[in-house]
Design a protein around this ligand. Structure first.
Ligand code: FAD
Ligand code: NAP
Length: 546
């Protein structure tokens, strides 16, 4: 009978929420370790970020040879990346290839959103429920919900009245959008805006860009991958990957040795220019003091501003595009292809909305605070995400004593190592707040997290432990450490999504761990070696009791 089917939960070792890079690898690891697991995914396909963000120009900003899985030695050999920075369609094809290769889809429930997860203290199990009325009873609940998966459309009044079409970059239609002959408005100049604006400008009749904060952006210099470099990595990709994992950022590059202020202005500019020509994040790593010393930072900031001034023909537009209110690279550095050049096109206009914000969407377009109105066929919201906590907050998660995660996190997220939350036994977060995650090559961090979680579950099974739970003391110390490290840097001076500044009302807490993946991984290893120090292990009901 249907009632019986819907009320009897399916019993599993683990429910994994999300089928992006994290959820898929977690599924594979648990399956190989002999745990029963089911992935639940809101979309109708795998890929997470690369499934949802199909806007024109979407591509990775970490080089393809690094932005891929490293756990399987065959994968890098059998996938031939076509460009230095892979496009969204290519990354999505790659993730699908991985899902096919390891037959992962058979354990993924698609088009289903997890709505609640409740910890039952009587049975030490998580009851997970979905919008399709599916119910799961699982020993472990693993949140692979993504740091940048909860997209944000600002709550402008009047959006419902807009007679044209509107889109958010993070939920782009699968069939694409044809801007030919259209008058288009783009709101937002973060990475998504900076990638899509040049592409939209090429198609649209006219494009108006509404900029609240100018962003630092560095050219990608995209193109074919240098064959010698590629072959040198492929000769021993696991060794290359080990170096990535032991680095601070998950990206393999020689660490800077010098301080910007210890060299002459000429030497400094030479270094910046050399790195500008390499493209991408190379510039951000030019000197060791750029992230901690404002005077040093200003030298890099001014270098980029001068590049903008030299690129954009109209001096007023160029000055507007120059970031001046926060230190260089303390918001995610953007990596672009012909972004600043786009403002030299006759069909592109930049509108500063910093002190004259968008106040409403009208039936024909939008209105600014000073009363100016703009008419559009299409509005694109490149307005970002409720990062790191958004996807988790949308699920009604309740731990011991029915405590709600959103209540616990009212003043900002608190975790131990970004992996567990005190009061929420057997719940794990992959790249949760408090982990290096978004400040690194995410795939490298994801693999480190998933490996740690899987090893932990195997340990619990072997030692017949029923629950593992971060202690409040360990969590408090970790949160204090995360804040302490962030406070040593210039990052807290920027109104970034790292600090929740982009979501009205969100507590201002620096969410990722900025101490580096290398430091973080060592800490995780030490914790595990010490029998999961900082976690309370309870032998009440052994793992594997299904
Ligand atoms: P995601 O890929 O976000 O997957 C999470 C999945 O969980 C989603 O499919 C979502 O639908 C699902 N989900 C969430 N909540 C629920 C729920 N309640 N029920 C069911 N399903 C749910 N990182 C880099 O390191 N380099 C890059 O170049 C880079 N480029 C990026 C470009 C864009 C446009 C964006 C938005 C992010 C980028 N990132 C990049 C970060 C990127 O998110 C990670 O690299 C990585 O893809 C994250 O994988 P994930 O599996 O952790 O999360
Ligand atoms: P984002 O960096 O948060 O940028 C959102 C933009 O929208 C900002 O310019 C923001 O202005 C603006 N905005 C938000 N609300 C607004 C409002 N009410 N009025 C006017 N402007 C408003 O989001 P994103 O560009 O989607 O990027 C998010 C992250 O995803 C990136 O930092 C990166 O980690 C990842 N990503 C990577 C790539 C890549 O290159 N591979 C591409 C896309 C995304 P303020 O700055 O003033 O808040």
């Amino acid at each position: 009978m249907p009632e019986t089917i819907s009320t009897t939960p399916r019993t599993l070792d683990a429910v994994i929420v999300g089928a992006g890079f994290a959820g898929l690898y977690q599924l594979l690891r648990l399956r190989r370790a002999g745990f029963s697991a089911q992935v639940i995914e809101a979309g109708d396909g795998v890929g997470g970020t690369w499934y949802w963000n199909r806007y024109p120009g979407a591509r990775c900003d970490i080089e393809s040879m690094e932005y891929q899985y490293g756990f399987d030695p065959e994968l890098p050999l059998e996938w031939n990346w076509s460009e230095r920075y892979a496009t969204q369609p290519e990354i999505l094809r790659y993730v699908n290839h991985v899902a096919d290769k390891f037959d992962l889809r058979k354990d993924v429930t698609f088009e289903t959103r997890v709505t609640s997860a409740n910890f039952d203290e009587a049975t030490n199990r998580w009851l997970v429920e979905t919008d399709k009325d599916d119910r799961y009873s699982a020993r472990f609940c693993i949140m692979a919900t993504g740091c940048l998966s909860s997209f944000q459309v600002p709550k402008f009044p009047g959006l419902d009245s807009f007679e044209g079409d509107w889109y958010h970059t993070g939920a782009w239609p699968h069939e694409g959008v044809d801007f030919t002959g259209k008058t288009v408005g783009v709101i937002g100049t973060g990475s998504s805006g900076i990638q899509s604006i040049p592409q939209i400008a090429k198609q649209a009749k006219h494009l108006t860009v509404f900029q609240r904060t100018a962003n630092f952006s560095v050219p990608a210099h995209n193109g074919p991958i240098d064959e010698t470099y590629k072959q040198s990595l492929l000769r021993d990709y696991p060794a290359f990957r080990k170096v990535a994992r032991e680095s601070a950022s998950g990206i393999v590059r020689a660490p800077a040795q010098l301080r910007a202020l210890d060299v002459s202005p000429e030497e400094r500019d030479h270094e910046y220019q050399m790195r500008w020509e390499i493209g991408g994040f190379a510039l951000g790593g030019a000197f060791i003091d750029l992230g901690i010393n404002i005077e040093a930072n200003e030298t890099a900031a001014e270098f980029v501003r001068n590049k903008i001034r030299a690129t954009v023909n109209d001096p007023t537009t160029a000055e507007l595009l120059c970031p001046k209110d926060y230190p260089f690279a303390t918001k995610r550095l953007c990596v672009d292809t012909e972004y600043f050049e786009t403002y030299n096109r006759e069909n592109v206009q930049l509108v500063d909305v910093k002190n004259n914000p968008v106040t409403s969407i009208t039936p024909t377009g939008l209105k600014l605070a000073d009363g100016a109105e703009y008419a559009f066929d299409v509005i694109v919201f490149a307005t970002g995400f409720d990062a790191m906590t958004g996807a988790l907050s949308k699920i009604d998660i309740r731990g011991r004593n029915g405590i709600k995660l959103t209540d616990k996190w009212e003043a900002g997220p608190r975790t131990y190592l970004g992996l567990q939350i005190a009061g929420f036994p057997n719940l794990f977060t992959i790249t949760g707040p408090g982990s290096p995650s978004v400040l690194t090559n995410m795939i490298v961090s994801i693999e480190q997290h998933v490996d740690w979680i899987t090893d932990c579950l195997e340990y619990l099974r072997e030692h017949e432990v029923g629950t593992i739970e971060a202690t409040t003391e360990a969590e408090d110390q970790w949160v204090e450490h995360v804040n302490f490290v962030a406070d040593q840097t210039l990052y807290t001076r920027a109104n970034s999504w790292y600090i929740g500044a982009n979501v009205p009302g969100k507590p201002r807490v620096f969410m990722p761990y900025i101490g580096g993946l290398n430091m973080y991984s060592k800490k995780c290893e030490k914790v595990a070696e010490a029998g999961y120090e900082g976690f309370a292990l309870d032998a009440k009901e052994p793992v594997g009791t299904r």
